[in-house]
Design a protein around this ligand. Structure first.
Ligand SMILES: Cc1cc2nc3c(=O)[nH]c(=O)nc-3n(C[C@H](O)[C@H](O)[C@H](O)COP(=O)(O)OP(=O)(O)OC[C@H]3O[C@@H](n4cnc5c(N)ncnc54)[C@H](O)[C@@H]3O)c2cc1C
Length: 393
């Protein structure tokens, strides 16, 4: 596939959230793109994704802000409760007041829905070619073009390569070479229930976070309120490489023992959990080399405590497409400009996500200090604390 005037396409490795939004953002600027996904189909498993106002600022620049809201849910509040006493630690309005402060909404959606919005956008643009069962194994940069080698042995030539192949990126190994991701020692169990499976007295329109010692539990509605998302996180020395393995509910209940009945009753509603071993990496400032760059989790994998991995991948994609459009004749320079604009912001989220993880799982004196710090904060004070993140892009 080549563009209308014969130019080589951009090659995107990985058709997750980052790969698809990158392909679409580049196509909107008039560039042909080929996306290579190793899986049999373009599909997202998993559960809920929180979308801070910053992602909507990025989505507006590629015209997808409205479609992202179609199936989303706008929660009224973010409520943080002590999982032992049940006391409210802090409550932050997420509806109109949040929108007035940051100019964009705060929403929650299903991973399949955000992925679906990007997939549909790509399918509607004839500059994007979507290819499944195509694992990218290697690449070579020739200076004026890039060749990738697929699992099948086939070679494909393109203008440049953007690696959106996630946390365990093979391409990163060749560009950065910093080995495997860091295992945090935290595990997430996730499940999605139908609305009718949630007892009425436990259903809440808000994002509720129960903060316990070395644990936290989050729940909120999804897909216009028809689904209910549950995420239970705890410290564990269990380690399975990769993610999305079958979970062991005995360990889950052992870790949450002694917590509030609301927490335990919701945990008991779930028959099938999926498990994620949570990993991240140290932030880096150089993830582009010549005609090859990284994006999303391949570039800056982060713990999920700020709920920003998909948001950052989307911001990356919009930024990258704008930098490429600004200097289409010098892709290495455009990739450097993209990296330069992104590394401090994404590095801050990587670092702060670790801090928030400690904060959510505080115990003893640290939990008391957390209460003293957050309780009694006004909405305006809470928003000020989030402005570095939600006010960005
Ligand atoms: C428990 C949990 C909760 C989260 N909550 C939030 C949240 O609330 N808000 C938020 O914004 N983010 C959240 N995230 C983070 C978010 O899910 C990720 O940051 C985001 O999915 C990263 O997208 P990506 O496209 O970079 O990588 P991935 O989603 O990992 O996609 C990579 C894709 O590349 C494909 N691939 C891999 N290798 C190859 C190869 N060699 N060739 C071809 N294809 C390949 C894979 O099959 C996959 O489709 C959460 C993450 C977790 C674990």
């Amino acid at each position: 596939m080549a563009g209308t005037n014969g130019e080589l396409p951009f090659l995107v490795a990985g058709g997750g959230i980052g790969g698809l939004v990158t392909a679409y953002a580049l196509a909107l600027k008039g560039f042909p793109v080929r996306v290579f996904e190793q899986a049999e189909e373009f599909k997202e498993l998993g559960a809920g994704i929180q979308l801070g106002p910053n992602i909507f600022r990025a989505l507006k620049r590629i015209g997808l802000d409205h479609s992202m809201l179609d199936d989303a849910w706008i929660p009224n509040n973010l409520e943080m409760r002590d999982a032992l006493s049940g006391e409210i630690i802090t409550s932050i309005p997420l509806g109109d007041q949040m929108k007035a402060r940051f100019g964009e909404p705060y929403a929650v959606t299903h991973r399949a829905d955000i992925h679906g919005v990007y997939l549909k956008a790509c399918q509607s643009n004839n500059l994007v070619s979507l290819e499944t069962r195509r694992r990218v194994d290697d690449f070579e940069d020739h200076g004026d073009a890039v060749t990738i080698r697929l699992e099948s042995g086939e070679e494909v030539r393109g203008r440049a390569l953007i690696a959106c192949d996630g946390m365990w990126s093979r391409i990163r190994e060749k560009i950065v070479g910093d080995g495997k991701p860091r295992v945090s020692g935290h595990i997430a169990y996730r499940a999605v229930l139908k609305r009718e499976e949630v007892p009425d007295d436990l259903w809440r329109p808000d994002v509720v976070l129960w903060a316990g010692p070395k644990t936290h539990f989050v729940h909120y509605p999804l897909r216009r309120g028809t689904l209910y998302n549950l995420v239970a996180v705890f410290h564990s020395d269990r380690y399975v490489e990769g993610w999305n393995a079958e979970a062991d509910s005995e360990e889950l209940f052992a870790r949450f023992k002694g917590e509030r009945p609301e927490v335990l009753r919701l945990l008991e509603r779930i028959e099938t959990w999926r498990m994620w071993v949570l990993c991240d990496r140290e932030p880096i400032k150089e993830w582009s080399k010549g005609n090859v760059t990284l994006l999303g989790d391949a570039a800056h994998p982060m713990l999920q405590y700020l709920a920003q991995g998909a948001c950052m991948a989307t911001e990356d994609a919009v930024c990258l497409a704008e930098k490429v459009a600004a200097q289409p004749k010098d892709i290495p320079a455009a990739f450097q400009a993209y990296q330069q604009q992104r590394y401090l912001r994404t590095g801050q989220v990587q670092i702060m996500a670790r801090v928030y993880g400690e904060f959510y799982h505080a115990r003893g004196v640290a939990a008391e200090l957390r209460y003293n710090m957050l309780h009694g904060r006004t909405a305006a004070q809470s928003y000020d604390g989030m402005a570095w993140l939600y006010g960005g892009m």
